[in-house]
Design a protein around this ligand. Sequence first.
Ligand code: PGA
Length: 253
Amino acid sequence: MREFLIAGNWKMNGSSAANVELVAGIVAGVPTGSGFSLLVCPPFPYLASVVEQTKGSPVKVGAQTVSEHDKGAFTGEVAPGMLSDVGCDYVIVGHSERRALYGETSEQVAAKFQAAQVAGITPILCVGETLEEREAGTTESVIDEQLGAVMDAAGVGAFAAAVIAYEPVWAIGTGMTATPEQAQDVHRHIRAQLAAQDGSIAANVQILYGGSMKGENAAGLLAQPDIDGGLIGGASLKADDFLAIAQAAAGIQ
Ligand code: PGA
């Protein structure tokens, strides 16, 4: 049985003071019950302090990107081993903002995915189409290319220790959310792509939805059979908003 993962992607937001307040609110309000876990992904400078603040709580910590290299002359980059060293459990790879704004290719994303796993970090692989691609009817082929690059490089077995996030680019930060049916269609497709190679990996991998998920729409999305949680941007920056989504997950279990 797959559990829900409710993950907050803080993006480039926060400060020492604001984070302390946000994390305290989240830790204090974790819903009771089981069948879900919570994750926050702060910017790099705050990872260690958020790890410290969440110690002893069920809230896990992840990073938002990572280098594909393990060390050396890569100014400005952060190695996967550094993330595990400071206590991260997860890292987001291939977020559409990384792909669009920083030119990350699917091959690079695959390398980051593999490097994270070598360091014992669970990658959260983001895939998703733009509005133009959806309107052109190419959603599935876009997803297949993004997912396929990682399956080719790492093998389907690597998804035993990975999470996938379907994030339609047109729904990110726009207030437009995929309907539960639109999201479910793509989630089902992603799972089928994995199942074509390994049924048990496909049945167990968590596939999160991301794109303007909030308290009001979370229950409908999370009720879909192939949606196993959320990767949440805007609504992860206020404890109450984030917890409302966690409550929806707790209520479905
Ligand atoms: P959003 O961001 O919830 O603000 O749409 C989601 C994401 O980009 O991970």
